[in-house]
Design a protein around this ligand. Structure first.
Ligand code: ZN
Length: 467
């Protein structure tokens, strides 16, 4: 395909021209039930995959044809844990562990507002899209009194960038004066939180098939939230049929805090409050006992593994092989950009493999298992594995086309190894719900340099406000 043809296509597609898209000649890793991999075609019509198989595609009149030779086509990645607002508070406390890092950052976070959250979300979601992500979960838990409608700000950003979005309405109600970690300035009253959370479900949650927007309920962590809020949040989520998310078992400091206060582990504490089951997924899940891992597997409780953030904060590394062997779904997450400045979901796939093997030996995690965590298992955490996470006719057209025939990758025998273990390859095309979001390694939905300038300005303003 000529460059002229490509740019013409990009312009039309950004507006959604309704033509079928035929991707020809790529190596396709389907992650379908047979785990088929083939050199062949995938056809997209509307927001769905309508055909996938070896060899050339059948003729589709008027379709846009994408030359996928030299490329690897994977399902779009699913990010299962992130704090988008942190994109404008990167690079602070770069050498601190979790509790000191948090207490350094809370004053800056106390100043966030609609404008800074909107631009931060644009920046973070743009980076996710450029690293293969098509569905993004976010966990937003800081709602300063004068901040405005922060959930609306990030939902707008997700629509502008063009990603499928699962914002989790977070919360904190346990401040320093009550024995928690955060200052009073960033916590809310429990009743106010529950009312706002249910209002978010009423206003935004779309349970319909193919949904681009679903809400989850997400009190922040054991050391920033009361047990009452955890229990009532679980009741609310189950009454409304939405999912539950929180941070759990991230550091030994958290384990010590739970032991001192409740005489149990973080996992036992969460379990006692009703936080277990296939509708629950925990961020991190590093410090679990064998018994706890078995229970997570038996109940289908999920874990969002965030290897880069965990390493950056020196928190440890989750027992991914043991969790998966026990049957617990494990997805991947970049976590907030304040503890993972890269914000790259592809990098998490690589780090998941490397850190699992550094911890558990060469057989701890295969490159294909890591790819599955980034796609199908992540979709399962969000309750979307019937719709996304694999390349099969009838599934939604969330696809990433990676170019593997340039200098860094040409000659790597296994294309999945090239993607997971090699340098980050150019992303030739990213489709979300059948719509092109990235073309030729650039976003076509928003202007990258404009966002970069706005992010830098927002960070300066926020730090000036925090004094
Ligand atoms: Zn987090």
């Amino acid at each position: 395909m000529s460059e002229q043809h490509r740019s013409d296509d990009a312009g039309r597609a950004a507006e959604g021209d309704g033509r079928a898209i035929v991707i020809e000649g790529a190596t396709v890793v389907t992650l379908d039930p047979g785990r088929r991999e083939f050199a062949g075609h995938v056809v997209v019509s509307g927001n769905q995959i309508v055909a996938a198989g070896p060899g050339p595609a059948p003729a589709y009149e008027g379709a846009r044809v994408v030359d996928g030779r030299g490329c690897l086509l994977t399902p779009g990645f699913v990010n299962t844990h992130q704090h988008l607002y942190q994109w404008v508070t990167r690079g602070l406390a770069p050498d601190a562990g979790l509790f000191r890092w948090l207490t350094t950052l809370y004053p800056a976070w106390a100043g966030i507002d609609e404008e800074s959250v909107h631009v931060a979300a644009q920046g973070a979601l743009a980076q996710l899209a450029l690293t293969g992500c098509t569905t993004a979960a976010d966990h937003h838990y800081v709602f300063p009194r004068a901040g405005g409608d922060l959930l609306a700000a990030e939902i707008l950003a997700a629509a502008e960038v063009g990603l499928r979005f699962h914002p989790a309405r977070g919360s904190m109600d346990l401040s320093e004066k009550d024995g928690g970690l955060p200052p009073d300035s960033v916590v809310q009253d429990r009743d106010e939180i529950l009312i706002a959370t249910e209002a978010a479900v009423d206003r935004w949650h779309d349970p319909s098939p193919g949904s681009m927007l679903r809400i989850a309920v997400a009190p922040c962590s054991p050391f920033s939230v009361t047990g009452e809020l955890m229990r009532e949040a679980a009741e609310l989520a189950r009454r409304r049929g939405v999912r539950l998310h929180t941070h759990l078992a991230e550091t030994t400091d958290e384990s010590d805090w739970c032991a001192d206060r409740f005489n149990c582990t973080p996992s036992e504490y969460a379990d006692s409050l009703g936080w277990v089951g296939p509708d629950v997924w925990f961020a991190h899940g590093i410090h679990f006992t064998d018994t706890e891992i078995k229970r997570l597997g038996q109940t289908g409780t999920g874990v969002a593994h965030c290897p880069s953030s965990n390493a950056r904060l020196g928190a440890g590394i989750a027992r991914v092989a043991d969790l998966r062997a026990a049957g617990a779904p494990v997805g991947l997450g970049v976590d907030g950009a304040a503890s993972n400045e890269a914000g790259s979901l592809l990098e998490e796939v690589r780090h998941a493999v490397l850190f699992a093997r550094a911890r558990g030996g060469p057989e701890a995690l295969t490159v294909r298992a890591a790819l599955e965590m980034a796609t199908l298992e992540g979709a399962r955490l969000l309750g979307r594995d019937q719709e996304i996470g694999s390349i099969e006719p009838g599934k939604l057209a969330d696809l990433a086309l990676w170019r593997l025939d340039t200098l860094p990758h040409a000659g790597i025998a296994d294309p999945v190894a090239a993607l997971v273990l090699g340098a980050p390859p150019p992303l030739d095309l990213l489709l979300v719900n059948g719509r092109p979001v990235v073309e030729q390694n650039h976003l076509i939905t928003i202007d990258e340099p404009t966002i970069a300038t706005q992010v830098a300005r927002a960070q300066q303003a926020l730090l000036a406000k925090a004094g």
